[in-house]
Design a protein around this ligand. Sequence first.
Ligand code: SF4
Length: 273
Amino acid sequence: MLNDVTKWFEQNKRELPWRSTTPWGVMVSEFMLQQTPVSRVLPKWNEWIERWPEPCALAEADKSEVIKAWGRLGYPRRALRLWESAKVITSEFSNQVPQDVETLQTLPGVGDYTAKAIATFAYGQSHNVMDINIRRVFARLLDGQEHPKLSADKREREERPVFGPTWSAAVMELGALICTAKNPSCEQCPLATSCLWLRNGRPSSGKNRKSQSWVGTKRQCRGAVLQKLRESDRPLLQEEFNWPEKSQLELALAELIEEGFITSSNSRYSLAK
Ligand code: SF4
């Protein structure tokens, strides 16, 4: 089974630049890929690595530059946490991304999954990497379930197979390209003969996972505020954001100030320096 998956991977994998890069390059990719698809991450990752090829380079950047450079990748807290991590790596770890999971988890924005992914893909260690694609493949293959639970439980964390970088990357790619959330291509799958969900006739879990609507949400409002400020060469008044719902805009502005993305002076807003 292991050989079939790695053989499939060798023949079908996408050429992604973070598969042959520095530990810092892996770390940047893991931050960007947390909630954003590969196609949108690719140009941004290239841009960031060219501009900030090492943690110490990013650590020296201004906060406003970092927020601007994150662009429309979404969930911009990740940009600030990555910048803060770069500062810690520079000052406390001699500009080297730490290798062990425990130390990695002390860095801002690095949780259990990200720490294990960095240790696996940057340093060749073996960990149970709980990426959503890997979780979906195992839920079907081993549990006969169409979808994994919303978040990994103790059983998943402790009992799933632990593999090194090649097999983890291979299963992740299988989940992204073949064992997709909707309409998996089981006829092309190297695990088909062992898959419990397929053997059981692909029973539906009955849960139709709708993606969360974005239009009109506070997230959209926060994104619109940051985008306006990225594009503006001067501080903006509240009404210049042209957001239809005043209370939502006020809440978004207050949150962005609180979280350190923007500042306010004389009723005008700008990106934090
Ligand atoms: S056989 Fe189908 S459901 Fe099972 S792991 Fe392969 S793609 Fe996923």
